[in-house]
Write a protein that binds this ligand. Sequence first.
Ligand SMILES: [Zn+2]
Length: 189
Amino acid sequence: MDSVGAGDSSNSENTITNSSNNYNNTSIATSSSSSAAAPTSSRYENQKRRDWNTFGQYLKNHRPPLSLSRCSGAHVLEFLRYLDQFGKTKVHTQICPFFGHPNPPAPCPCPLRQAWGSLDALIGRLRAAFEEHGGKPEANPFGARAVRLYLREVRELQAKARGISYEKKKRKRPVQQPPPSLPPPPGSI
Ligand SMILES: [Zn+2]
């Protein structure tokens, strides 16, 4: 009788069968509790989403097929090496005369790679995305030791090859030279 709208018993029946052109995302069973896309759609978030999609695409095209749950650090390394073909950073080989030159004066046939900084940032985003998508931290392939070691290796190699130091250097302003000390003008009262 009393139809008080108190009890919010919105029984959501499963009527999801009608989504025709919805490619079957393999059972994302996690209750998508992340209350509808945080307002901070920053560049970082966008980039992270794009990276995650790229990695998903990579898994999809992988031969033999690879699912995220079976993905290990070794697969992540495979992915990183695969990305090198799209790299734009020249990494000189040891026999190149420009080995160690940050700004070579001429072209050389050395390969283009992904810069260490890009890979490092990419792994950071994918690592976060993995856990946001319900992955367990201890099973995070992007946090695997092998990946960490690989990144360190790439950093050292590129630092030598490109003559660039990745040491954390504070961006300090060029030291201002004190103006040449002129003698005080004579006769200043
Ligand atoms: Zn070179």
